[in-house]
Ligand binder design. Structure first.
Ligand code: SF4
Length: 388
């Protein structure tokens, strides 16, 4: 089975007000130090696995110097068995120049994920994300040179209204990207934008407006020939192979600050402090925030959290999970969340109502997991029993 590799390239030209990712202001010194540490992490902690998807995420990977990107690829190729079907690079519209697009292609990048968020200059100015004046031409060049391009949008930034959503959809209609990600703005995170909202400096659109706009987007993307295959993702026959590994609980290995990995039933996440990351690598240690061997119950629920995001849902395999756990979990889930789900044996998917209410479904799923966990012996007890 093939694994995926994720590389976190955290540098950005500026900080967007809604962003809660692990990012750093680009400067020469930090970049050099980070690059050296990232290469060492790959050299020290790779396992030679067969890899068919690669994802450069960030941050703004499109800002990363091209010669250094080449070095990272060479390092990865020397440590993994690369049989790449998909190599994605996240790009900011400002870096979509002919020279860069050509060089990324030559490096082997075959999919671009462009962070648009909105086509409306005023909305983007409000969230400290100015847009290039020749945005359309830059995007046009990207879709001309790459046949697999994703546009990322966020629904619900300040100033959002029907008119600008229509403009986003017109842009999609004209440029015909192979993939669209349309996320709902998440107001749960502590960001500069949310601080302004709490201080009554900026107002967010109301919930009813957003629900109507979301319905309009779902309908319009369908009319444009895009198929919704995940809660926030639509494609024209080009689903994101790398992201499918996340949603299908496949194996992936992450490198760089804050990068996560899933190998078998082990999940780990790297620390998000640049200094701590570099110090760990220099000391020859994995730069981990945590590493955890999932219990079958934890693995089952994590598989559900990810798999239920897919429109087709998932089948919980009796070859992976103990039969009694499967039976009890599916029975409990069906009884608590029945109105939101289609359940057929161990096959589960969200119905239309469940898709609309997915946030609530996932919250309730956490509740069910905690309830079932409380009926099991604690981790500490299990560890003690293993050692006696
Ligand atoms: S460019 Fe992307 S990663 Fe960087 S601050 Fe903006 S949203 Fe965050």
């Amino acid at each position: 089975m093939y694994a995926g590799v994720y590389l976190h390239l955290p540098f950005c030209a500026r900080r967007c007000a809604y962003c809660d990712f692990c990012t750093l202001q680009l400067d020469e010194t930090s970049l050099k130090k980070y690059h050296a540490a990232l290469k060492s992490e790959i050299e020290l902690f790779s396992d030679g696995a067969a890899v068919d998807t690669l994802y450069f995420g960030g941050g703004s990977p499109s800002l990363y110097p091209l010669d250094l990107l080449q070095e990272l690829l060479d390092t990865l190729r020397s440590r993994f068995r690369f049989e790449l079907r998909e190599a994605t690079l996240e790009a900011n519209p400002w870096e979509l120049t002919f020279e860069r697009l050509e060089r990324w292609k030559k490096l082997g990048v075959n999919r671009l994920s462009v962070g648009l968020q909105s086509s409306d200059g005023e909305i983007l100015k409000t969230v400290n994300r100015p847009v290039p004046p020749d945005l359309f031409e830059r995007l046009e060049m990207a879709v001309d040179l790459f046949d697999n391009v994703n546009f990322d949008f966020i629904l619900g930034l300040p100033g959002e209204n029907r008119k600008n959503v229509e403009n986003n959809l017109k842009l999609i209609e004209r440029l015909k990207p192979a993939h669209i990600s349309y996320y709902m703005f998440d107001s749960d995170h502590e960001t500069d934008l949310m601080a302004s909202v709490k201080n009554d400096i900026i107002e967010l659109p109301d919930k009813d407006t957003l629900e109507k706009l979301h319905d309009f987007i779902v309908l319009s993307l369908k009319e444009l020939g895009l198929t919704r295959y995940e809660i926030s993702s639509w494609s024209k026959g080009r689903m994101s192979l790398h992201n499918l590994k996340y949603w299908k609980s496949g194996d992936y290995k992450g490198f760089g600050v804050s990068a996560g990995s899933h190998e078998g039933t082990t999940r780990s996440v790297n620390c998000d402090s640049l200094d701590q990351y570099i110090d760990s690598i220099v000391a020859g240690k994995r730069p981990l925030a945590y590493i955890r061997e999932n219990t079958p119950l934890e693995e089952l629920f994590e598989t559900l959290f990810m798999g239920l995001r897919l429109i087709d849902g998932l089948t919980l395999s009796a070859e992976i999970f103990p039969a009694d756990l499967l039976e009890r979990s599916v029975e409990r889930i069906a009884s608590v969340l029945g109105e939101f789900l289609v359940v057929n044996g161990y096959r589960l998917s969200l119905n239309d109502y469940g898709l609309d209410m997915s946030r609530l479904v996932f919250e309730r799923l956490v509740g069910i997991m905690e309830e079932m966990e409380s009926l099991l012996p604690s981790r500490a007890t299990v560890e003690k029993q293993k050692n006696t």
